[in-house]
Write a protein that binds this ligand. Structure first.
Ligand SMILES: Nc1ncnc2c1ncn2[C@@H]1O[C@H](COP(=O)(O)OP(=O)(O)O)[C@@H](O)[C@H]1O
Ligand SMILES: [Mg+2]
Length: 261
């Protein structure tokens, strides 16, 4: 991981202690497709931001850049005041970033527990840390606890994720985003294709993360969900920043206008 001290000339009115994540001037092309064009994005400590935009606006690309799943062509990212360059999911977990990808990114040949702790398994140190053993028992109990909060039933945590239903697979991917040292949790369309009851659970979960002091980036197409859950709304429009509004100072009509231009 390439971590270097943040330059002193950051903007004067944003204290480095208030901003958890700062993205500056982020661009990403896929061949001829300009997925992101010089996008700036800030997230404060203990803040829930709703990231909205039409299909193809660049939402998933932006969050993949935060987690290191994609590398930007241009731009800088700061996390807790430090310039970062994340190149693997392990590194982003190490920093305290938990993510649920839109495509879930489960390893289908592995079981539920292994998927939830992918890239950051719990271990027991023995011989003063010289040897680390997988703490399978602790992972199992933590996994039950996390999945219970989502209220989606599983008969066994040893099941391979390829055998699960759509709702169960989604719960596993959300569970992975929620590991215990997270400072930032990112959820890319966690409620898409979920039932009313499960959706309510997910929205409640986002609120409880905020109560624990964790910041959340929540992507959804459902503006009712966005308005009932987030502090601030960031709109992407065809790869560009369409606008930023405090939820209390805007309304769905304005957000739709910002989305479609
Ligand atoms: N891996 C990829 N290869 C080529 N094009 C991509 C890839 N990922 C995304 N894109 C394109 O980039 C644009 C933004 O996509 P995406 O970030 O998934 O949008 P959103 O999540 O807002 O729907 C779209 O035009 C999409 O087709
Ligand atoms: Mg997407």
């Amino acid at each position: 991981m390439d971590v270097e001290a943040k330059s002193k000339n950051e903007s004067k009115n944003t204290s480095r202690y208030e901003v958890l994540l700062e993205m500056k001037n982020i661009s990403k092309n896929f061949g001829a497709v300009k997925a992101l064009k010089r996008v700036d994005f800030n997230l404060y400590y203990n803040e829930v931001v709703g990231l909205v935009g039409d299909n193809g606006a660049g939402k998933s690309t932006l969050i993949k850049i935060i987690t290191g799943a994609l590398t930007p062509d241009e731009g800088e990212i700061y996390f807790e005041g430090k310039r970062i360059n994340i190149s693997s999911p392990e590194e982003s977990r190490e920093l305290g970033i938990g993510v649920m990808y839109q495509d879930l990114a489960l390893v289908d040949s592995m079981d539920i527990v292994s998927n939830v702790f992918l890239g950051k398994p719990l271990t027991i140190n023995i011989f003063g840390g010289m040897i680390k053993l997988l703490d399978r028992k602790k992972m199992q109990s933590e996994c039950w606890r996390i999945l219970q909060e989502l209220d989606i039933n599983f008969d066994s945590l040893r099941r391979k994720t390829k055998t699960l239903s759509g709702g169960q697979r989604k719960a596993v991917a959300i569970g992975r985003a929620l590991y215990w040292k997270a400072k930032l949790v990112i959820m890319d369309e966690p409620t898409a294709a979920l039932g009313v009851k499960e959706t309510r659970k997910v929205l409640g979960l986002i609120k409880s993360l905020k109560e624990k002091g964790i910041s959340v980036i929540f992507i959804s197409h459902n503006l009712q969900e966005i308005f009932s859950t987030v502090d601030r709304i960031v709109v992407l429009r065809r790869g560009e920043l369409g606008g930023i509004r405090k939820t209390s100072e805007t309304n769905p009509d304005e957000i739709i206008k910002l989305m479609v231009g």
